[in-house]
Design a protein around this ligand. Structure first.
Ligand SMILES: NC(=O)c1ccc[n+]([C@@H]2O[C@H](COP(=O)([O-])OP(=O)(O)OC[C@H]3O[C@@H](n4cnc5c(N)ncnc54)[C@H](OP(=O)(O)O)[C@@H]3O)[C@@H](O)[C@H]2O)c1
Length: 278
């Protein structure tokens, strides 16, 4: 497959605006998708210790033949590992599975109400100072938690990774992130496939010679938000990356923004302390 473009634009934290989401990819499929994505121009890969495939992600990165310095690799620590010593151990184990000396971004995967945020953030900052992570950040943090976290952290928190797509209004969280100079990374940016056949997105896409999914992704990146669509199909990798050669008008942006519903979430999960994964 040919490389589509040389550079993917980056957001305020230097995070490439399109990354490959990898949740649910396993074994050789996972390694192959990471490898192919990097070969065609992706420079940002999103994984997590909970996804149980960091070895495959590392294998895909090595097979791609793209210099390590050209890849922005994010991994996430599961909340059951948020006690300070546990967090450091979890970060080291992720690095060992990935076969890397350092990740570009290490996130707290979900807030954990059972462990003091100050302890967890202290450990996260320490992991950064040890050189295990180039940047640190959070995921699934609410406005209130962002405010607490930025006060407690003595290293910059560069991003909050949140569920975000045209059907979900996260305006307050985005505003809070921006007020603290934090980037927003959108997970489930095509609403787990829900954007695919949406009539408004499809109509707007048709006017630009693009698919509804590409409109969903463009809507976010045009606001400076990074997206990490996941696919298990090689042919969709290029579709999800080809979103930098068209521009949505203000009217189209407003029309898409109006698609948000009261119950737009597609990820029906919140960490409650139950040991779903360990
Ligand atoms: N931090 C967190 O708590 C959190 C939570 C959820 C997800 N994430 C991250 O965000 C990533 C993306 O989110 P997600 O996996 O929930 O959802 P998503 O990326 O919005 O959607 C993935 C679904 O869309 C389909 N798809 C992908 N490209 C397509 C295209 N061009 N046309 C039509 N369908 C397409 C995929 O099917 P095919 O495989 O058949 O293409 C898959 O079923 C995850 O993989 C993970 O890395 C993080």
């Amino acid at each position: 497959m040919r490389a589509m473009q040389r550079t993917v634009p980056k957001d305020i934290a230097g995070i490439p605006l399109v990354g490959l989401g990898t949740w649910d990819l396993r074994g050789r499929t996972c390694a192959r998708m990471v490898e192919q994505a990097l070969r065609i121009g992706y420079r940002h890969i999103d994984t997590a210790d909970m996804y149980d495939h960091e070895r495959d992600v590392g294998a895909g990165m090595r097979a791609a033949g793209v210099g390590r310095e050209n890849i922005f690799l994010t991994t996430q620590v599961w909340p059951s590992h948020f006690a300070p010593r546990e967090l450091e151990r979890a970060a080291k184990q992720s690095l060992s599975r990935l076969g890397l000396a350092q990740v570009d971004l290490l996130l707290l995967h979900w807030p954990n109400p059972e462990i003091a945020l100050s302890d967890t953030l202290g450990a996260l900052c320490n992991v950064k100072r040890m050189g295990l992570a180039r940047h640190i950040g959070v995921s699934n943090f609410t406005v209130a938690l962002i405010e607490q976290a930025v006060k407690l952290a003595d290293e910059p928190l560069v991003c909050n990774q949140i569920e975000l797509h045209p059907f979900l209004d996260q305006g307050r969280v985005i505003a809070a992130c921006r007020s603290h100079g934090m980037a927003v990374v959108a997970y489930s940016p095509i609403a787990r496939g829900g954007a695919k056949n949406h009539p408004v997105l499809a109509r707007i896409g048709k006017a630009h010679g693009k698919s509804a999914v590409q409109v969903s992704l463009r809507f976010l990146v045009q606001q400076g938000i990074a997206v990490i669509p996941r696919t298990s199909r090689v042919e969709r990798l290029s579709e999800n990356l080809a979103i930098f050669d068209f521009e949505l008008s203000q009217t189209e942006l407003a029309e898409i923004a109006a698609l948000t519903g009261r119950d737009g979430k597609v990820v029906d999960y919140s960490y409650s302390g139950s040991p779903q994964w360990d």
